[in-house]
Design a protein around this ligand. Structure first.
Ligand code: URA
Length: 205
């Protein structure tokens, strides 16, 4: 992958990538955010999970999926018998985008331009880890991995061959989508379907 994002050299390992990303100003999201939330997990992880962007708690902690969506994610992994520490967990966009509302910071969806610019970091992570499987949590992650817009309905739960010929992609819902469902029954159904998708991931970890 050619150098970009203001760095004259592509990183040799994840630590170098993380250190470079700490200083990234390739899009305006760096400024109001607390810090870059880079991916977390072993460099030889067989699976990369990709979310959308860090939320409020992730922005403060500096780690992906530690807030409410992370709890839903963890529960589904536990149900499928997957040890999260063996996987690499990251996001399509690595800064928290939000709108201030009083003392609260309300999540704002990253636009396609921000996703495109930040894709460089995801490509570094993919290149350095070379996983067997990438799991896209939601449509933003799927769009970043595939480089084109797709719907969850058309892509969910199938193993899709990526153009590199070595990596597969599994698309599922974003855990925050499950949390937003107002009907408890629908939420229970979606939690079960999400855990079922994690069951499909289990074969790769
Ligand atoms: N939602 C995401 O997409 N990523 C996180 O890290 C947290 C919430």
């Amino acid at each position: 992958v050619p150098a970009f994002n203001g760095f004259n050299k592509a990183p040799d390992d994840l630590d170098e990538a993380r250190e470079q990303a700490r200083h990234c100003k390739a899009c305006p999201l760096w400024e109001p955010a607390t810090q870059t939330v880079f991916g977390k997990g072993p460099a030889d992880a067989p699976v990369i999970f990709v979310g959308e962007q860090p939320g409020d708690q992730e922005d403060l902690a500096g780690e992906p999926f530690v807030g409410p969506a992370g709890k839903v994610f963890d529960a589904a992994l536990a149900e499928a018998g997957i040890d999260r520490s063996q996987a690499y967990v990251t996001n399509a966009v690595k800064h928290f985008k939000f709108e201030p509302r009083g003392k609260r910071r309300i999540h704002a969806k990253p636009n396609m331009g921000e996703v495109k610019v930040c894709r460089w970091w995801l490509e570094q992570e993919r290149e350095l880890i070379r996983p067997k499987l990438i799991v896209a949590l939601g449509a933003t992650a799927a769009a970043s991995v595939l480089g084109r817009t797709v719907t969850i309905r058309d892509t969910r739960s199938r193993l899709i061959d990526l153009p590199d010929g070595a990596t597969k992609l599994l698309v599922t819902v974003h855990p925050a989508y499950i949390l937003r469902l107002p009907d408890p029954e629908a939420q229970a159904r979606e939690r079960a379907a999400f855990a079922e998708d994690m069951g499909r991931v289990k074969a790769y970890v």
